[in-house]
Write a protein that binds this ligand. Structure first.
Ligand code: AMP
Length: 427
């Protein structure tokens, strides 16, 4: 098969690595890719926002499957446009990607299909949003409706914070994404990420993970795209997975089909495991980054076979098998992140770091004058497996400590909750 992978982060490097291991693959292209992806794929420069240019490339190169990594192109309708040209795409339609692209859409779907989630209100103007927040009191959660690169959510512990967050949404801080807001009940519990591969009808459970969003150790400091993750999530016991499928995922699949927007692609449920059971915090319509990295390390099966089954509506006949080991990834970021990261510092020692079986996935890297340099906030994902989360953690940090990059930093406590539980990683 000839495959085009769209994206340039650590998530796409992990996907490229796993797709490249498939015996079905004859040629892998990636656009725009990064130097790590360039070891698995031929990188091509395409304007991803120009869907007809992407389609023309696919036709010229006889691409059999396009795999879309990030949410932006999906919400912009790349899957629909490529399909209209007869090109097979793994990823949801624009209408189905509303599960990620509009928080209000997802909340209304939950209300209609009785899917457990936080109580909420949707508002298109500041005055009525403020009145609702004042009535409900803090803690309370304010969310810009649209895509805001992970920055549109404020968990407000005080009324002042909540009102300031509403001001920020309506004064245009999040652009069009903030023209409407969702105000939500504050949920307590343990968070987990749950993934399914979907073909429009069937949702196939596709692993669990937990991530660390805060930049600082002990889960402190500003939010980031994610500083590390591990899989499986101990809180996602087989019983919790079964409840999540029955109470959240299956009604979502039914609801989307009834709306004429059947969901095909990766459905990534951000869950709060409360004392009443799993509640949906949000949906994403693609793999998590860095959750994808740990999932790919644990997946035993051929990813390309499963992606094909999803595209062909054949997931009812598929299964996904996982290694018993846990996997853990630590993000190395450039100094300054999540503010303005320093770019251009030279990174050395990656081959030595990977010598004991760790995978170093590239996120924000570039080649400059023959040297590998930092070129973004999150730069590397140092990923390892072990019999337990604790063992995977030791392996990942042992690898990371062999990387020669003084301008990089990481959290030293990725996986602490799972390690503290003392639970074995096998699911
Ligand atoms: P989201 O972008 O919707 O995943 O939100 C980012 C983070 O905000 C989540 O990972 C949670 O930690 C937190 N969060 C979102 N919604 C709620 C809620 N209703 N109650 C408590 N925390 C929340």
């Amino acid at each position: 098969m000839r495959v085009l992978l769209i994206g340039s982060g650590g998530r796409e490097h992990a996907l490229a690595w796993k797709i490249a291991a498939s015996p079905l693959l004859t040629k892998l292209y990636a656009s725009p890719g990064n130097p790590g992806i360039g070891r698995e794929a031929e990188l091509v420069k395409l304007d991803i926002a120009d869907h007809s240019a992407v389609a023309a490339f696919c036709q010229e190169q006889k691409i059999d499957l396009v795999v879309v990594g990030p949410e932006g192109p999906l919400v912009a309708g790349i899957a629909d446009d490529l399909r209209a040209w007869g090109i097979r795409v793994f990823g949801p339609s624009k209408a189905a990607a509303r599960l990620e692209g509009s928080k209000g859409f997802t909340k209304d779907l939950c209300a209609k299909y009785d899917i457990p989630t936080a109580a909420y209100g949707r508002f298109g103007d500041l005055a009525s949003a403020k009145a609702y927040v004042e009535k409900m009191g803090a803690p309370i959660v304010i969310k810009a409706d649209g895509l805001a690169a992970g920055k549109g959510v404020t968990v407000a512990m005080t009324l002042e914070e909540a009102l300031a967050a509403l001001d920020a949404c309506f004064d245009g801080s999040f652009g069009a994404a903030g023209a409407e807001v969702v105000v939500e009940e504050f949920l307590t519990g343990e968070e987990a990420s749950f993934f399914c591969l979907c073909d429009g009808t069937t949702a196939l459970p596709f692993g669990t993970a937990q991530d660390h969003k805060r930049v600082g150790e002990g889960d402190t400091g500003p939010n980031t795209g994610g500083m590390g993750a591990y899989s499986p999530a101990p809180v996602m016991t087989p019983e919790m997975v079964e409840r999540t499928m029955r109470e959240i995922i299956e009604p979502t699949m039914r609801g989307m089909a009834e709306l004429g927007a059947p969901f095909a692609g990766v459905l990534f449920a951000g869950l709060m495991i409360t004392d009443k059971g799993p509640k949906l915090i949000e949906y994403n319509t693609r793999f998590g980054d860095p959750e994808c990295q740990v999932l790919m390390m644990r997946l035993k099966d051929d990813l390309l076979v499963l992606l094909n089954a999803a595209v062909d509506g054949q997931l009812a006949h598929s299964s996904a098998r996982w290694r018993d080991e846990a996997a853990l990834t630590v993000v190395m970021a450039a100094r300054g992140y999540p503010g303005t990261p320093e770019k251009g510092s030279v990174i050395r020692g990656l081959d030595e770091a990977a010598a004991d079986g760790a995978q170093i996935f590239h996120a924000g890297t570039a080649i400059n004058g023959g040297a590998l340099v930092a070129n973004g906030g999150r730069v590397l994902n140092v990923t390892a497996t072990g019999a337990t989360v604790g063992e995977a953690q030791s392996q990942a940090y042992a690898a990371l400590d062999r990387i020669d990059w003084p301008q990089g930093f990481c959290r030293r406590d990725i996986g602490w909750q799972a390690v503290a539980r003392g639970k074995v990683g096998a699911s």
